[in-house]
Ligand binder design. Structure first.
Ligand code: NAD
Length: 487
């Protein structure tokens, strides 16, 4: 089956128990195209309490057989789903692009990440067998990795397809049922997956999609029969989710939250490499990336040369801005008017004594939410633009003298998602990498991830990890079985 959606024919039904159904709630979401602000649809379902309950009932019913399904059968279903996602890449990417605004290359990256997450976790199904300890003390001990039951994934708009793979892949591989709640800003690509879920062979109730806003997310996070919520989004919402989880049934939570990631560029770095990585990091997906290197710290000996080249690189990036539907475009608009105004607000306030506007800062064109890549220099380390996540193509650059001073400043934040260090001195690189308070560190690279290595943040940037074996652990609980061998 090949998906054949278009802007005139969008998926607008919930996917529950392997069927597309109307929502029992009369509330609807409106979704807009950020390239021109036009309305795409004002009748996208906003799932309410009854819808959530029906989906949870179906998932609970499906769980016993799904968790007992043989490893190779389950692996086959996940792999087929990955194949179908790739086969329908253009259609799914378009459904994402029309409301996110990210150009084709980002869509292709996301489809690849999603499919790879399903395949990676499918490959783990028969290799995540638990542990056992010998019986010399009279007891044979077996530890099983038990699935949790009905689980949910609440995802953001800035990576609407990739984040599905990061959560649904390990949840389903380990035998859980999974309810996906996409962002209200980017619901269509998730809804379209229903057809592929059924075709891949997932039994009814195993993998469902409920569109909605924060109220739907809150119903999932506080539901008494959902055993885990994996969430990606803002710190404020993440804290609410943890609270709802604790106040309901103490469901498990994984939180992938925001960042204000530092890149530390030392005098002895390869200049071209440092400029390329730092400029790409803050402009990919129009800067709407949780692990974007948005604080760039440059040592005094190389500062002038770096800033000249960094400014050039950001000006060149401005020329890559365009209509996301045009194949040659690399940078699209911000996701919507609210985000655009938010980022513009930071830029305006930033110019009132927080730093020097060195590049960009202006709207591009007069329709749609396009913004020039923007750089502030000489920033006050206590200022808002230096300390808060802007979530747009805006970076701050600051000069430093010593390693000690810059590590102190880098870590003087409640964020801790990503960090980067640029130097050709391996001892310094490893020392700095170990000194960063962050979940991930790049050496001579930054703002990068791999499916096989833990992805996530320290401090307020998150709780738990996605990717690698950590993702499977996050969707299972060890059960210890002790056998009395002398009986
Ligand atoms: P958000 O927190 O506003 O929304 C994320 C999701 O949570 C959406 O699906 C939304 O409907 C839902 N939600 C909102 N309020 C809720 C509530 N009270 N209860 C339950 N669910 C609720 O975040 P956003 O604006 O969509 O995404 C941007 C943020 O996400 C940024 O801060 C960014 O750094 C972060 N992010 C983090 C990662 C990561 O892996 N660390 C990845 C991408 C984005």
């Amino acid at each position: 089956m090949t998906l054949s959606y278009s802007t005139k024919n969008l998926p607008k039904q919930l996917f529950i128990n392997n069927e597309y159904v109307d929502s029992k709630s009369s509330k609807k979401l409106s979704v807009y195209n950020p390239k021109d602000g036009s309305l795409l649809a004002d009748d996208v379902p906003l799932a309410g309490e009854q819808d959530v309950d029906v989906a949870v009932d179906a998932a609970e019913k499906a769980f016993p057989a799904w968790k007992k399904m043989s490893a190779n059968q389950r692996r086959g279903i996940l792999n087929r789903f990955a194949d179908l996602v790739e086969k329908n890449a253009d259609s799914i990417a378009q459904l994402s692009r029309i409301s996110l605004g990210a150009p084709a290359a980002f869509g292709a990256f996301e489809i690849g990440l999603c499919a790879e997450c399903f395949r990676y976790n499918a490959g783990f199904i028969d290799k995540f067998g638990g542990e056992s300890w010998p019986q010399e003390d009279g007891f044979l001990k077996i530890v099983r990795n038990e699935p949790l039951g009905v689980t949910a994934g609440i995802v953001p708009w800035n990576g609407p397809i990739g984040t599905i793979g990061l959560k649904a892949g390990p949840a389903l591989a380990t035998g859980n049922c999974f309810i996906l709640k996409p962002s209200e800003k980017t619901p269509f690509s998730s809804l379209a997956l229903g057809t592929l879920i059924k075709e891949a062979g997932f039994p009814p109730g195993v993998f469902q999609v409920l569109t909605g806003d924060g109220s739907t997310g809150a119903l999932l996070a506080s539901h008494m029969r959902i055993r885990k919520v994996s969430f990606t989004g803002s710190i404020a919402t993440g804290k609410k989710i943890q609270e709802m989880a604790a106040k309901s049934n103490l469901k498990r939570v994984t939180l992938e939250l925001g960042g204000k990631s530092p890149a530390v560029v030392f005098d002895d770095c390869n200049l071209e490499n440092a400029v390329t990585w730092t400029a790409n990091a803050i402009t990919a997906n129009t800067g709407q990336v949780c692990f974007a290197a948005s604080r760039v710290y440059v040592q005094e000996g190389i500062y002038d040369k770096f800033i000249e080249k960094y400014k050039e690189a950001m000006k060149a990036k401005a020329k890559e801005i365009g209509d996301p539907d045009d194949k040659s475009t690399n940078i699209g608009p911000l996701v919507d008017e609210a985000q655009f105004k938010r980022v513009q607000g930071f830029i305006e306030r930033g110019q009132q004594g927080q730093g020097t506007l060195a590049v960009g800062g202006k709207r591009v064109g007069d329709k749609g939410f396009y913004l020039e890549p923007t750089v502030f220099t000489d920033v006050d380390p206590k200022s808002e633009i230096h300390c808060e996540e802007i979530f747009g193509p805006v970076s701050v650059v600051k000069k430093f003298k010593t390693e000690e001073e810059i590590m102190q400043l880098s870590n003087n934040t409640n964020f801790g998602l990503m960090a980067g260090v640029f130097t050709q001195d391996i001892n310094k690189a490893l020392r700095v990498a170990s000194d960063f308070d962050s979940g991930m560190v790049g050496i001579n690279c930054v703002s990068i991830m791999f499916t096989m290595t833990p992805f996530g943040g320290s401090k307020e940037s998150g709780l738990g990890r996605e990717c690698g074996v950590h993702a499977l652990r996050a969707f299972t609980e060890p059960k210890t079985i002790m056998i009395n061998m002398s009986y």
